[in-house]
Design a protein around this ligand. Structure first.
Ligand code: MN
Length: 432
């Protein structure tokens, strides 16, 4: 098992001249340094780094010569309007940039307030141009619950489930950044005892997921092996895979999800790098004694499991108007998955399928063993048979217009400095 690299960029004692980055509850201390893209005052897209409650303008840092030791390839990539070029430079370049940014922001360095802007009020854009998006199904708890609901008479898991990470090719065009309203889609729905109808979907759901951005891709005909996979992944975001369960139920056989999943998938704006996550990597994923053995090409050789806690909150329009706290629906962990992002990437490329910098892979709904760790309403309300009571006196089986769904995530373990992924949210707007 390769050891994960912990270096001075993870030192929990390290502090920044940005005061808010030193507060204990911040998602973005100097040990995190996630990457995103924001719109500047002239409307141009710039790469930024989150630090405390501020955004550091990477292009300004380069042009004002505050990152003089970085090679030209990196400086040039940091002045681009998306992260694709930087993602494609590979792991050594990401680490070099991380160290240079950490040194610039270090409490021992000179204050450079002119490079910052407040995060509040800054419009965030998609961090990369997403060429391809693939969504997996890596939680055995989720797959088991869904299997029990849809195939009550059979084995809940399909025969392939513990042999390979199951996925489908999704729609990159419908991936949007946190804060984008999500319009209730129309769909073809099939009532139990009547002909199909076309109308606004009724069983609108969320899916608690994480997404991993591909950094250094692979050429067509080549594979990414397990010992390389984690270093090819640039970082992770929170992902909400909005889903139309009534469409899904009617359309999914024989080729899997299609329109049920192609109207919106929301991601958080800040990409937390695999470097920042190094203190939170664990061996695994764990398998049960009775599980089949893994084929060699999927066998873990590095620490591939990410210990990230995630929480889902729901606030109806009435709750927001009354100033009520959102209701927590779920608390789960990325470490509950039975397939890692490394295994998903190794399997995805096992045919020689080329992946490119900025491609996104989704984990699939993250559910854990307990009821309060179920990652979607389909499971939480058991297909609508056990509705949830909201503080405003209404019930939810599935999402209603005006509902705001927010996912937060953070890493907290051992002596490491706590880091967070920020939040991923969206409000459901009526069908048009
Ligand atoms: Mn999904």
């Amino acid at each position: 098992m390769h050891a994960t690299t912990i270096d001075r960029s993870h030192d929990p004692a390290r502090r920044s001249w940005v005061a808010s980055a030193n507060e204990s509850g911040t998602d973005f201390p100097i040990q995190n340094l996630p990457w995103g893209v924001f719109r500047d005052d002239e409307g141009a897209a710039h790469i930024g780094i989150a630090i405390g409650d501020q955004v550091l303008d990477a292009q300004a840092a380069v042009l004002d010569n505050h990152l003089p030791d970085l090679p030209g390839t990196i400086s040039c990539a940091l002045c681009a309007p998306t992260l694709n070029q930087f993602m494609g430079l590979g792991h050594d370049s990401w680490t070099a940039a991380r160290h240079a940014i950490a040194d610039l922001l270090d409490a021992e360095s000179q204050t450079r307030d002119e490079l910052l802007r407040p995060m509040a009020g800054t419009e965030m854009l998609l961090p990369a141009t997403i060429g391809d998006y693939t969504d997996f199904y890596a939680s055995r708890y989720h797959a088991t619950n869904v299997g029990r609901m849809f195939r009550p008479d059979g084995e809940p898991l399909m025969p392939n489930y513990l042999h390979l990470p199951v996925g489908y090719h999704g729609r990159a065009s419908s991936v949007v950044v946190s804060g984008t309203p999500v319009r209730r889609p129309h769909g073809q729905l099939k009532p139990d005892d009547a002909a199909p109808v076309f109308k606004p979907v009724r069983l609108l759901d969320y899916e608690l997921e994480f997404g991993a951005f591909i950094g250094e891709g692979n050429d067509m005909g080549t594979r990414v092996q397990m010992d390389q996979a984690m270093d090819r992944l640039f970082g992770i975001v929170i992902l909400n895979d909005w889903s139309a369960r009534d469409v899904q139920k009617w359309e999914y056989q024989p080729l899997g999800p299609f329109n049920a999943k192609n109207f919106a998938s929301t991601i958080s704006p800040w990409v937390v790098t695999m470097d920042a996550l190094a203190p939170f990597r664990l061996p695994g994923p764990a398998r049960l004694d009775e599980d089949p053995g893994l084929l060699d090409y999927l066998r873990p050789v590095t620490e591939d499991v990410l210990d990230v806690t995630c929480e889902v909150h729901l606030a109806s329009a009435t709750m927001r108007e009354a100033g009520e706290e959102p209701l927590r629906l779920t608390r789960g962990s990325l470490s509950d998955l039975c397939w890692s992002f490394a295994q998903m990437l190794a399997h995805h490329t096992s045919t020689g399928c080329p992946m490119h910098a900025g491609d996104l892979i989704g984990s699939g709904t993250i559910s854990g063993p307990s009821k309060d760790s179920r990652g979607c309403l389909l499971e939480l309300t058991w297909r609508g048979t056990e509705p949830i009571e909201l503080p405003d006196g209404t019930q939810r089986r599935f999402l209603l217009d005006g509902d705001e769904l927010t996912i937060n995530a953070f890493c907290e373990s051992g002596d490491a400095r706590r880091i967070g992924l920020g939040s991923c949210s969206g409000i459901v707007t009526p069908a048009c």
